[in-house]
Design a protein around this ligand. Structure first.
Ligand SMILES: [Zn+2]
Length: 300
């Protein structure tokens, strides 16, 4: 079974917190059967242009080193191969674009195929959910999103606020939410409302379920069944064919017991099967649905 994960912060952790133990390692990805691991280039804790550039340079240096150690980069999820581990780059927080739409193509040339419009800072493109729900995309934000879609980069609405999310849909572009959960099951501002999820699925978007307990239940207490609850809720809202995993490993302090790193994924699959998520639905969630999203965004 092809398994894809649309978000982890491993490159950020390597660059910002050297020496800290990693959740995501090649050994664990192999053991968990992961075929495609998306690696986020995260804006970092200082959004000033010089600091962001320095952080991105550092994360890319780590990625080059890892490629020297045998990590293989792909610039299309459809190049993932079952039984092998591949890596794809994403951006989390578009501060790195500055105010230059030309820079979108530069990142596409480096293999970036997913870009979160904001992290938790207001930036030149839009406003995060952490700030408010009402301020939409800026004119530059719209221009950048249009350019992303043209180049086959999925605009990523995880962290973005509601107005910005609907602005993208209103442009006729189906975004992803690479690491987000259901607001109906956990009231965190980062989570998507039922209306957002329905609109996203109708448009042909994609949601990767975040494994962070604080996004999964209001008291932060979860089991693997809580993850199944969120996926089943998305399925009820029309998410068949459009959902998967966005673990957020190496970006989350707490873990769901029994799902501390990628090698534990088989336990999640057992739980999903026990909850009735089987067959083509399970294979879709594991990885095929992400490939189908790219078929819609960027037909080959
Ligand atoms: Zn994030």
């Amino acid at each position: 079974m092809l398994i894809c994960d649309t978000h982890c912060d491993t490159l950020h952790k390597l660059n910002a917190h050297p020496g800290q133990p990693l959740d995501v390692t090649m050994e664990r990805l192999r053991s968990g059967g992961v075929s495609l691991q998306t690696l986020a280039l995260f804006v970092g804790r200082d959004p000033s242009p010089d600091a962001v550039q320095k952080h991105f340079d550092g994360m890319l240096r780590h990625f080059e080193r890892l490629k020297g150690e045998g990590w293989t980069q792909v610039d299309d999820p459809r190049d993932a191969v079952e039984g092998q581990v591949r890596f794809m780059l994403s951006i989390e927080g578009c501060e790195i674009l500055g105010r230059s739409v030309e820079r979108v193509a530069e990142w596409r040339a480096r293999g970036v195929r997913m870009a979160a419009i904001t992290w938790n800072y207001v930036n030149a493109l839009g406003t995060p959910a952490k700030e408010n729900a009402k301020d939409g995309l800026t004119p530059f934000g719209r221009q950048a999103v249009r350019e992303m879609a043209r180049l086959g980069i999925a605009p990523d609405t995880s962290h973005l606020n509601e107005r910005g999310f609907y602005d993208i849909l209103d442009m006729g572009i189906a975004p992803v939410a690479s690491h987000s959960c259901c607001r109906a099951l956990c009231g965190h501002f980062r989570n998507l409302t039922d209306d957002q999820l329905k609109a996203l699925f109708e448009a042909g978007g994609y949601v990767g379920l975040n494994f962070y307990p604080a996004f999964l239940s209001d008291d932060g207490r979860c089991t693997l069944d809580t993850l199944a609850d969120h996926l089943l809720h998305m399925l009820e809202l029309g998410g068949e064919g459009m959902i998967g995993f966005g673990s957020d490993f190496d970006g989350i302090e707490e873990k769901v017991p029994g799902l501390e790193h990628p090698a534990h994924l088989p336990a999640l699959f057992e739980t999903l099967a026990r909850r009735g998520i089987t067959g083509a639905t399970l294979e879709g969630i594991a990885g095929q649905n992400l490939l189908r999203y790219y078929d819609r965004l960027d037909p080959r």
